[in-house]
Write a protein that binds this ligand. Sequence first.
Ligand code: PRT
Ligand code: MG
Length: 210
Amino acid sequence: MPEPLTIALAKGRILDETLPLLARAGIEPADDLASSRRLVIATNRDDVRLVLIRSADVPTYVQYGAADLGVAGKDVLAEHGGNGLYERVDLKIAPCRMMTAGIDGRPLPRHRLRVATKYPRITERFFHRQGRQVELIKLYGSMELAPMVGLADLIVDLVDTGNTLKANGLAPLEHIMDVSTRLIINRAAQKMKHRAITALVERVEAAVAG
Ligand code: PRT
Ligand code: MG
């Protein structure tokens, strides 16, 4: 019996849509993930197990081969940088846009802008490409609060319906990138476990298409 394939998943909004997709690809967790406290979860298949981690940690586990595959948002992947992994399938789950946003109706100040975000690398790259110097403020959540309390002039965050921005007196300004959920693969595993991974990827692709 070869080592099982390990798939890294994150609890949260992506998981609810990933599980039906995995089920259609023939993989079902042995425990109820919502209630289980286990971090390693067996599946109906001896050759596949799941690990449950924070979404921002998924690319790191896959980069180092602690997981062979993973499911993560393009936002998290772009911020990570993609070393040691392939982005293999667009699962079309949880689509949204990464945007800059500022206080609705208020012109931007002329001083060097302060930008609050959970995504410093993406934000830095975005403004750098435009030749705009900004001061980055790293936050871990609730970015929408920052402009209102004078912490930042702009935020960079994910926008879906736009309701969260609106509820906090903000308006979307510039589109940075489209985001959806991707299946990623460790580069070494792709070679070493080629047959098992290819078979699994094909089943996932069929599940996405169907
Ligand atoms: O909670 P934890 O820190 O562990 O992880 P997480 O917050 O990254 O997880 P989770 O479950 O909140 O989100 C995981 C992934 O969902 C993200 O990495 C994205 O790829 C994807 N996703 C898709 C979103 C959204 N849409 C989204 N709208 N993640 C967050 N949002 C938030 C956004 O940050 C903002 O606060 O929803 C709000 C905006 O939504 P609207 O509809 O009001 O515009
Ligand atoms: Mg969250």
